[in-house]
Design a protein around this ligand. Structure first.
Ligand code: ADP
Ligand code: 5GP
Length: 189
């Protein structure tokens, strides 16, 4: 399927609690629309099994992450569940200048920063059908230890209260339906 010109050079932010299905939904979107460029974030979190440096994230030691912050190399950054995450600035600006639709999958504090730096961007909040379903998904994913799960679920309570700040709220119940709605919000044919 083609990406319509209306989406070219637009910045879209997807935010939602850990385990809601952001990664799954974004992967399905990119498969349908290869022109969309997904930002690769920097993080101090340890790689999960199967994650590849430079593809899933740029995995950085805390000192290197701090260097990036000090040099102004990050468009936004935030701490989440004990680790730092941030969006490298240069590739986002370059892909937007090339007219590519750019997608950021980031947490709430980062979305708030981008709202100020890119007021023309579209901000989408992805939420689960229920909190119980969110917990089921995050546990079912099997990637996080109990302590990380508890921190992520605590943070989810805060994030879910912020849905009103976003341009649109999508419920990730049925994945195909959420994908179709996301395409609509991004102006993709
Ligand atoms: P996030 O990137 O938001 O942390 P993931 O994409 O890793 O979330 O999804 C968390 C878990 O939920 C995964 O096991 C994934 O397969 C599952 N999942 C994602 N979307 C759905 C959906 N629409 N219905 C049921 N399970 C889903
Ligand atoms: P995870 O550890 O599950 O990969 O990600 C944890 C949280 O960090 C998710 O909510 C994810 O969206 C967010 N995140 C990933 N990259 C970035 C980033 O560059 N900036 C910010 N602010 N959050 C990010």
């Amino acid at each position: 399927m083609m990406t319509s010109p209306s989406a070219a050079g637009r910045l879209t932010v997807i935010t939602g609690p850990s385990g809601v299905g952001k990664g799954t939904l974004v992967a399905a979107l990119l498969k349908r629309h290869p022109r969309i460029w997904l930002s690769v974030s920097a993080t101090t979190r340890a790689p999960r099994s199967g994650e590849v440096d430079g593809v899933s994230y740029f995995f950085l030691a805390r000192e290197r992450f701090a260097d990036q912050v000090a040099a102004g190399g990050l468009l936004e950054w935030a701490e989440f569940a004990g680790n730092c995450y941030g969006t490298p600035r240069e590739p986002v600006e370059r892909h937007l200048a090339e007219g590519r639709p750019v997608l950021l999958e980031i947490e709430l504090e980062g979305a708030r920063q981008v709202r100020h730096s890119f007021p023309g961007g579209v901000q989408i909040f992805l939420k689960p059908p229920s909190f119980a379903e969110l917990e089921r998904r995050i546990r079912g994913r099997g990637t996080d230890g109990e302590e990380a799960i508890v921190r992520r679920l605590e943070r989810a309570q805060v994030e879910l209260k912020a849905e009103g700040e976003f341009d649109a709220v999508l419920v990730n119940g049925d994945l195909d339906q959420a994908l179709n709605e996301l395409e609509g919000l991004m102006g993709l044919g």
